[in-house]
Design a protein around this ligand. Structure first.
Ligand code: CA
Length: 224
């Protein structure tokens, strides 16, 4: 799960990031509204944590622009403004939940978990063909056989299974799994796809990861 924090108070942004990372989330920080919109529209985040008072473009404008791009990522808005009118304006702009500053870290985590659960609809596995990816145990299961995946293998497999139009570009996989700031290159994606192909074959899965020239990868089910 990847979370974007849009907050201009850097110490607060960093402490929220550290808190989330301690819980096993990945988190990126940006410090102004425009960067927030640009990052949110990449479609690689599972949740946005958005401050209202930001330089340049405020959090409500960010939420509106993100929503106008048909991005359904849940938005948790943070603000020092705690009047009812402010809360309503935030919700009208497209926020899913509103948390007043100062907040308790447990309260923030509870909101994050609730929004992510709502988003995920409590799915505990993703299935295709004769194979399921168990999300809690990071395991590929096919009949009696199973293979544990490393964290990166799991993230790549999950991304491939979630591709809405069927095709996942190497660039999108790289952004989602390794993040924009990492030094990973497309070759990393190829290597991990290689690992996944071996694991799928080892459990007798009928899923094939097909390379689509210049576009990326597509999962196919091979019926015997
Ligand atoms: Ca602020």
């Amino acid at each position: 799960m990847k979370i974007l924090i849009v907050e201009d108070e850097k110490p607060l942004a960093e402490s929220v990031k550290a808190l989330l990372e301690k819980q096993g989330f990945e988190a990126d920080c940006v410090y102004d509204g425009l960067s927030g919109v640009e990052h949110a529209r990449l479609g690689v985040y599972d949740l946005l944590i958005l401050d209202v008072m930001l330089p340049g473009m405020d959090g409500r404008q960010v939420a509106k622009l993100v929503r106008s791009g048909r991005c359904g990522t849940p938005i948790l808005m943070l603000t020092a403004l705690s009047g009812v009118d402010d809360r309503i304006a935030g919700l009208d702009a497209g926020a899913d939940y509103y948390l007043a500053k100062p907040f308790d870290s447990r309260e923030l985590l509870a909101c994050v978990n609730a929004l992510l659960r709502r988003q995920g609809g409590q799915v505990d596995e993703l299935a295709l063909g004769n194979t399921a990816l168990e999300l809690v145990s990071c395991t590929l299961v096919c009949g009696e056989k199973s293979a544990r995946l490393s964290a990166k293998e799991f993230d790549v497999m999950r991304f491939l299974l979630g591709a809405k139009n069927g095709i996942s570009s190497k660039e999108a996989i790289l952004a989602k799994v390794w993040g924009y700031d990492s030094n990973a290159v497309e070759n990393h994606v190829e290597v991990y796809v290689g690992f996944l192909r071996k694991k799928l074959a080892s459990i007798g899965s009928n899923i094939r990861i097909e390379a689509v020239r210049r576009l990326g990868y597509r999962l196919e089910v091979v019926e015997d």
